[in-house]
Ligand binder design. Sequence first.
Ligand SMILES: [Zn+2]
Length: 71
Amino acid sequence: MPTSKCPECTEEIYVDADTEQGDKITCDECGSKLVVVGLDPIEVDIVEEAEIDDYAEKDDFESVDYEDDRY
Ligand SMILES: [Zn+2]
């Protein structure tokens, strides 16, 4: 099983053999969310928490389309 080092706590982390670039893993030691940025050798980077669900929340502006005819 390929291993890499957690950039947060420098603990050795195990990566699945079929891991692909961009896969997200979690460090068993410190719980940091990591993303695989390289495969040969395995390289991981810390995922900033704020980036994770930045997409789904941006659809909320549509509700301005209310009926505004109060005669
Ligand atoms: Zn760690």
